[in-house]
Write a protein that binds this ligand. Structure first.
Ligand SMILES: *[C@@H]1O[C@H](CO)[C@@H](O)[C@H](O)[C@H]1NC(C)=O
Ligand SMILES: CC(=O)N[C@H]1CO[C@H](CO)[C@@H](O)[C@@H]1O
Length: 329
């Protein structure tokens, strides 16, 4: 009797495996059934017209309203899609300036920290900041500490990801609060590849998405999306990340966001006007491709997926073709 006791157990195990792979195969694309709509023009009163990053405000704090979308343009800060809003209301913006809008004059730049009223309260500038190009954040129940991940694309960085530990995070709607401290910079990924480009300024790692100690990064140079493990704790660069997906519908993946349930990711392409929806973790499956810009190459940058307080799916993205903020909903 004893020697058969493993059989039903094995069958149950196989049944579970079959059920979970069937479940995986049946996963519906987050963007299935959504249609595009223009939300707003991004041409502000100062006349700058080029939107890059895009982030959905997680909580109402100061002037920030939950579910509203923040975007950054190339003025007053330099080029970058790096834009993060902490739950406490601090806004973190990458700044990679050029004097003429081309890669010929690109500089290493800085990171700005704004309070919840939009006032610049700090500028971080040091040897770990080399053309901040994309960013994401890991936040926890206790909002006094967070991990910020920033990609860098200007030499000497050849496509790095730096993890910052943000400490002493106070409320950003109190003018007496000090901005978070940027501590313990650690290079957790190196040599992803970053090359100056006459059209796109830089081709390199742009979109970052975080879930559960894992980081997903769009790698434009190799036309793929990478999956890094143990990103909260590692003390050195991960030289062997897994590949989530590559080629097929990918055409230089630029902005990246995770879906709210965190089992899919969305990227937009630099070389055409398409958005691609695929499963995570690695190895992932491409589930859907949607044309979201009729302006083709160079029109898409940042995007952000959310389910709002009314339970509606929204995928916000900027379009530099007509300088608008758009939504798939
Ligand atoms: C930069 O990264 C690319 C892509 O991974 C690699 O081929 C190249 O050798 C790296 N360059 C340097 C100077 O390390
Ligand atoms: C890029 C794209 O697909 N744009 C479409 C958005 O939706 C309108 C109609 O609602 C279409 O005319 C656009 O072509």
């Amino acid at each position: 009797m004893a020697r058969f006791s493993g059989v039903p157990f094995l069958l149950v195990l196989l049944a579970c495996v079959a059920a979970s792979s069937a479940h995986r195969a049946k996963q519906t694309a987050f963007v299935a059934g959504l249609t595009n709509k223009t939300v707003a023009s991004t041409v502000p009163s100062n006349g700058d017209v080029t939107p890059y990053g895009c982030f959905v405000v997680p909580r109402t704090v100061g002037k920030l309203r939950r579910d509203n979308v923040l975007i950054n343009a190339a003025e007053p800060v330099g080029l970058s899609t790096a834009l993060v809003v902490l739950q406490s209301g601090w806004v973190i913006v990458g700044n990679t300036p050029t004097t003429d809008g081309t890669s010929n004059t690109i500089m290493r730049g800085s990171i700005f920290v704004l309070d919840a009223f939009g006032t610049v309260r700090a500028e971080i500038k040091n040897s770990f900041i080399n053309g901040p190009w994309g960013a994401t954040v890991a936040e926890f129940q206790s909002a006094s500490i967070a991990y910020l991940f920033v990609s860098n694309v200007v030499a000497p960085a050849n496509g790095t990801i730096v993890r910052w530990t943000l400490t002493d995070i106070m409320r950003a709607d109190d003018r007496s609060s000090r901005p978070p401290r940027f501590t313990d910079p650690t290079i957790i990924a190196d040599n992803i590849g970053a090359v100056l480009d006459p059209a796109a300024v830089v081709i390199g790692p742009v979109g970052l998405g975080y879930r559960n100690n894992q980081l997903f990064v769009s790698d434009e140079v190799h036309n793929r999306v990478l999956h890094f493990n143990n990103v909260i704790f590692r003390g050195n660069p991960d030289t062997n990340p897994a590949v989530v997906t590559s080629d097929n519908a990918l055409q230089q993946p630029i902005g990246l966001t995770l879906t709210p349930n965190q089992n899919q990711a969305l990227i937009v392409n630099n070389l055409n006007g398409n958005l691609v929806d695929f499963t995570i973790p690695a190895p992932g499956t491409q589930l859907a491709t949607v044309t979201v810009s009729n302006f083709g190459a160079g029109s898409l940058f940042g995007l952000a997926a959310t389910i709002n307080q009314n339970g509606q799916k929204k995928v916000y993205f900027v379009n530099d073709g007509d300088n608008t903020l758009n939504v798939l909903e």
